[in-house]
Design a protein around this ligand. Structure first.
Ligand code: GLN
Length: 534
């Protein structure tokens, strides 16, 4: 029988429920069980692909091309696994199936209702994903906060699952906030209220994970236990920490794994987190700082670029350096409020971040030029890579009006053009070139030094590509294409005789970066930056 751990959240969003979910999974996995994770997003969108990163953070792309919630990135990184699009369930997907069934006549004349038809569909979808993943234990995070109207059908479905699957096959953990007020007191009332809200809809949690700026005080712990109808050892302290990778260690020390194993009737084996701990130590012990300019358009919400930030951390830990990320808003550079030379002066390297649309693009191009002229390392990801090519076409080939067709459909030099497959696209949802594709690496290039193999796979999310008609000209200007797709799209491009590293990647290698297996591209980039600092 598969086992289910359901994670709910209370008080407010942004408490790191995804990290608690991923940490729960890692602890169980480190006991020797096979574990998978699912994110439920109660919003009506079918997937995260059409959402502005400002609203919801990064869109995480799975191997199979799912455009999913960023929490799947946490799960993949913590569990060192690959999930499919099916591991992100939304209201939009559930209703779409229910409505399709109704139109086909599958409900045989019944009145189609939230309970049981929508809840049945939710349960069957969860069970299907669990079955396909062959996991012993599935950790399922229910997005949003208890009390949200849109979350109710999902909570009702998992409430039913406890009865159907049995007590020792299900476990409910509730993550809530105990704020510290001006007087310095740790307040438990918000946690109590959110637990009450959960019990009102029929779910008695088995454990509470309490987020707080400080470790949970004994008195607060007893109070929360009492009001939650739980013993004191079912309340776990999850204080603010400098890095998220500490959370499994913190919860492990609190006896969370042991408690889970008792409640789920699992054999307890001391979780082996030695490698994880080694990574955390490396990440936190490096003192040599490298300053990286992060140039993008959604820089006010760092979650918009979370996989890139994490990939830089993974690589830095193993290269023995401490990355200091300096954020620069491309729109401000564009309007002249921030000077690109100043950015170059105060940074050792630049990452030109992914993105869409015209706004801010000229700011990125100016920054790329300044870094290139200073011979400092530049890594461009997706849109960043495309703009590196635009900049070079303008300034090295003298084609001043060169541009991407995305930004200037009338440009006389469309050095970045729509992928041929995109011309017929009408709907925006799920229609980009998405997911993992093989890339052929050219020997004798930086890409070859990074990967050291002929064929690699990385994940994609784009509609535009380097226009094949310009490849010869770009090569004359000093570029070489170092990675090709099977259809001969440019995947990686680099400047041949650049003193440090000038590398553009059409795919997003950050999606495959793991704490214990950093991305070859990010590792190489960090190594070069570190060398320029010695
Ligand atoms: N806007 C670009 C494209 O669609 C790049 C997308 C991205 O950076 N993910 O090709």
């Amino acid at each position: 029988m598969p086992k289910y751990v359901f994670v709910t959240g209370g008080v407010l969003s942004g408490l790191g429920k995804g990290v608690v979910t991923a940490s729960t999974g890692l602890l169980l996995k480190s006991m020797g069980y096979s574990v998978t994770a699912i994110k439920i997003d109660p919003y009506v969108n079918v997937d995260a692909g059409t959402m502005n990163p400002y609203m919801h953070g990064e869109v995480f792309v799975t191997e199979d091309g799912g455009e999913t919630d960023l929490d799947l990135g946490h799960y993949e990184r913590f569990l060192n696994t690959e999930l499919t699009r099916k591991h992100n369930i939304t209201t939009g997907q559930i209703y779409r199936i229910v409505i399709e069934k109704e139109r086909k006549g599958d409900y045989l004349g019944k009145c189609v209702q939230v309970i049981p038809h929508v809840t049945d569909e939710i349960k069957s979808r969860i069970r299907e994903v669990v079955k396909e993943s062959h996991a012993d234990i599935s950790v399922i995070e229910i997005g949003g906060t208890v009390g949200d109207i849109e979350g109710l059908p999902f909570l009702e479905a998992v409430r039913q699952m406890r009865i159907e699957e049995g007590l020792t096959n299900t476990f409910f953990v509730h993550v809530a906030l105990a704020p510290i007020i001006q007087t310095g007191e740790q307040k438990t009332k918000p946690v109590q209220h959110s637990v009450n809200e959960l019990r009102r809809i029929g779910i008695q949690p088995d454990a509470i994970v309490v987020r707080s700026p400080k470790p949970l005080e004994n008195e607060a712990r007893s109070k929360i236990a009492l009001y939650s109808n739980l013993p004191g050892n079912a309340v776990f302290s999850n204080p603010d920490t400098d890095i998220i990778y500490r959370v499994p260690l913190i919860l492990g020390d609190e006896g969370y794994a042991k408690y889970l194993s008792i409640k789920l009737d699992l054999d307890f084996r001391e979780p082996d987190l030695s490698q994880w701990e080694a990574f955390v130590n490396k990440l936190t012990s490096s003192t040599k700082e490298i300053r990286i300019a992060m140039v993008g358009k959604y820089t006010k919400l760092h979650d918009s670029y979370i996989s890139i930030i994490e990939a830089l951390k993974h690589a830095s830990a193993w290269e023995g350096v401490k990355p200091v990320l300096k954020w620069f808003e491309a729109t401000e550079i564009e309007r002249g409020a921030v000077n690109p030379e100043g950015i170059v002066h105060s940074s050792d390297a630049a990452v030109i971040l992914p993105g869409f649309g015209k706004r801010g693009s000229e700011g990125k191009i100016k920054t790329i030029k300044a870094f290139r002229e200073a011979n400092k390392p530049v890594l461009g990801i997706c849109f960043g890579m495309q703009l590196m090519v635009v900049e070079a076409t303008r300034n090295l080939l003298g084609l001043n009006k060169a541009n991407s067709k995305e930004l200037d459909p009338q440009t006389p030099h469309p050095v970045i053009d729509l992928l041929p497959s995109q011309y017929s696209v009408k709907h925006l949802g799920g229609t980009m070139r998405l997911g993992s594709y093989p890339i052929k690496i050219v020997k004798g290039t930086k890409a070859w030094e990074m990967y050291g193999k002929e064929v690699v796979r990385e994940r994609h999310r784009h509609r535009y590509e380097v226009n094949p008609k310009y490849v010869d000209a770009l090569e004359k200007a000093g570029f070489r294409v170092s990675g090709w797709s099977p259809e001969r799209y440019v995947e990686f491009i680099e400047l041949r005789d650049y003193p440090t590293l000038y590398f553009g990647s059409q795919p997003h290698p950050e999606f495959r970066s793991r704490p214990l297996q950093p991305s070859p591209i990010y590792s190489y980039f960090i190594r070069i930056v570190s060398q320029t600092r010695s």
